[in-house]
Write a protein of this length. Structure first.
Length: 193
């Protein structure tokens, strides 16, 4: 962390406070064609169930003070809400995916969590765009349909929150004085930034 700060990094956005990591890893191992060496390299992919104990609000890593912007998970339940999960739910039921995300945004408002939307390239591509990645979840969903799912999610976020890029979000949090090693309020509801 100290090295990142020394090199001028302003924030990190890599923690995912959820307990479902081992389930995602098992699904990945089951669906991807991996060699034994690749499996061993990815043995800790997606983390352990204890990741669910990490803060959901932005905080500063002690002692270096690097700002952490956790990937948003649904408050209380600590289940992912990013693009890949929405597309997976959309495959089961478009109505379920919309209701799930709407609930997540309501809980973010109630719990004071400024949500972030993590997007992977596969959230906007399909198997025709990247045949080598067909084993990833959701790659059978047409790209245009994925773009629509992500677009609706962003519209829902925009309805309740002031959407900005990650760098701007980090700048606002630094200005507000995010505390070290503790949960701190993230971007707030629209109009209360």
């Amino acid at each position: 962390m100290r090295l990142l700060v020394a090199r001028g990094y302003q924030y990190d956005a890599s923690t995912l406070p959820t307990w479902v990591g081992p389930l995602a890893r098992a699904y990945h191992f089951r669906s991807a064609k991996l060699t034994p060496a690749q499996r061993a390299d990815r043995d800790d992919l997606f983390g352990s169930t204890t990741e669910g104990l990490r803060p959901v609000h932005p905080y500063r890593w002690a002692p270096a003070g690097l700002l952490e912007l956790p990937v948003t998970t649904m408050p209380l339940a600590r289940v992912p809400i990013h693009g890949s999960y929405l597309i997976q739910l959309h495959q089961v039921s478009p109505r379920l995916a919309r209701a799930y995300f709407a609930l997540a945004m309501r809980l973010c408002l109630l719990r004071g969590v400024g949500p972030s939307m993590l997007l992977h390239p596969t959230d906007l591509l399909d198997g025709r765009d990247a045949p080598q990645l067909r084993f990833f979840p959701g790659m059978a969903v047409p790209a245009a349909e994925k773009v629509a799912v992500v677009g609706r999610a962003l519209d829902t976020m925009r309805h309740h929150f002031d959407l900005v890029g990650t760098g701007e979000h980090a700048r606002r949090l630094r200005s507000a004085g995010v505390r070290r090693s503790r949960a701190a309020a993230g971007a707030g509801p629209r109009g209360r930034q």
